[in-house]
Design a protein around this ligand. Structure first.
Ligand code: SF4
Length: 311
C-alpha cells in the first residue's frame, strides 16, 4: 500500500475473499468486506460478530484466504484483544517471527457496532487495542429479517417500525452517530467509507495503517432486501447518499475531523429516499411533507455546522 492508491486500478488484484458466497446478490456489505480485505492483504485474522457476514464462512467452507473466527454478537472487540495478546506473546517467546505478525480485523454489522457490542468496543478503544474494525452499516438487523437497529434512520420502515395509521413516519428514532461515539474515545483513526468511493477507502485504510491502536471504519452498506432496492442499484444509491449529503465521507485523526468531499451543491435528500422501498410511505399514498422536511433539515444542519467549523 502507498500513495499510489488513487484510482480503482491501484486496487490489489489478489483476492482475499473468494466470490460465490451465499450472501444476497448486490450486498453492499460483502463488497466492502472484500475490498477491505484486499487492501489489508493476506496477513490478517478476522473476527466476525454474528450477523450477515458470519454467513460467509459456514463449516467446512470459507471464502476467506486467511484465518477467520466467528464470535458472539457482543464480543468481537473483546475477542480481538485475546487474539492480539496471543500474537504478541508468541512473538515475544519467539514462536512466530515479527514479520509474520497478523493484522487483527473485526467485522460486524451495525446492530453489533451501535447496540449489542458497543460496550466491548468502548473497552477496546479505552485499552487502545491495536486492531482494525469495519462495520457494514446496513441500518438494521438484516440477518434476522431487518428489524430496526440503533443505526436505522428516522422515517425508515423496518420489520419493527412499520408505518401505520398511528405512526405514519415509520421509525421515530434518529440514527445513532457512531462516528461521534467512537471519536469521543479519541482513537487514532476513525473514518466513514462508501462502496461508491473505493479510491477514498483505499487512501483511508492506507492512512490508518500508520497508526498503532484502534482503526475504525463505518461503511455505508446498501442492503437490497432490507432497503427494498434492486441489487443492480447499490452503487448508484451509495453515490446518491454522498451527493445528497446523507452519508458524509470523513475521517478523524486523533479526534481531528476532516471531510474527504464537500459538495458545492448537494442534491435534495428526496432523490436518495425515493430510490428505496423502505421510504416509499413518505411519498405514497400521500406525501408526508413534514417528515421529508425534517430529514432534509437534519442533513442541512449537519453541513451548515461543517461549513461554519471550517470558516
Ligand atoms: S440481508 Fe442485506 S446485508 Fe445481509 S447479506 Fe443480504 S444484502 Fe447483505
Amino acid at each position: 500500500m502507498g500513495d499510489q492508491h488513487k484510482t480503482l486500478r491501484d486496487l490489489p488484484v489478489e483476492e482475499n475473499v473468494a466470490p460465490g458466497t451465499m450472501l444476497c446478490a448486490g450486498c453492499g456489505g460483502v463488497l466492502l468486506v472484500r475490498i477491505f480485505e484486499k487492501i489489508l492483504g493476506p496477513n490478517t485474522i478476522t473476527l466476525n460478530a454474528a450477523g450477515c457476514m458470519s454467513m460467509l464462512s459456514v463449516f467446512p467452507y470459507t471464502p476467506f484466504k486467511s484465518s477467520w473466527l466467528y464470535v458472539a454478537m457482543a464480543s468481537a472487540p473483546a475477542a480481538a484483544q485475546g487474539v492480539r495478546d496471543a500474537l504478541d506473546i508468541m512473538i515475544r517467546k519467539g514462536r512466530i517471527r515479527p514479520e509474520d505478525d497478523l493484522k487483527v480485523v473485526v467485522i460486524t454489522g451495525d446492530g453489533a457496532a451501535a447496540d449489542i457490542g458497543l460496550q466491548t468496543t468502548s473497552g477496546a478503544l479505552h485499552r487502545n487495542l491495536d486492531f482494525y474494525y469495519l462495520v457494514y452499516d446496513n441500518e438494521g438487523y438484516s440477518n434476522t429479517g431487518f428489524q430496526a437497529s440503533g443505526s436505522s434512520p428516522f422515517g425508515a420502515a423496518t420489520k419493527t417500525t412499520l408505518p401505520s395509521k398511528h405512526v405514519p413516519e415509520g421509525s421515530l428514532l434518529e440514527k445513532k452517530d457512531l462516528f461521534e461515539i467512537w471519536r469521543a474515545h479519541r482513537p487514532p483513526y476513525v473514518a466513514t467509507v462508501s462502496p461508491a468511493y473505493i479510491a477514498d477507502m483505499m487512501r483511508k485504510v492506507e492512512r490508518a495503517s500508520q497508526f498503532a491502536g484502534p482503526k475504525l471504519f463505518i461503511a455505508h452498506s446498501p442492503c437490497p432486501p432490507g432497503w427494498d432496492i434492486d441489487s443492480g442499484a447499490v452503487i448508484r444509491l451509495a453515490k446518491m447518499a454522498v451527493e445528497t449529503g446523507v452519508w458524509p465521507l470523513k475521517e478523524a485523526v486523533h479526534g481531528q475531523v476532516t471531510h474527504s468531499l464537500v459538495m458545492k451543491k448537494r442534491r435534495p435528500v428526496e432523490e436518495y429516499l425515493k430510490m428505496q422501498g423502505r421510504f416509499e410511505h413518505l411519498f405514497s399514498p400521500a406525501r408526508q411533507e413534514d417528515v421529508l422536511q425534517k430529514i432534509q433539515a437534519k442533513v442541512d444542519g449537519y453541513w451548515k455546522s461543517v461549513t461554519e467549523r471550517s470558516l
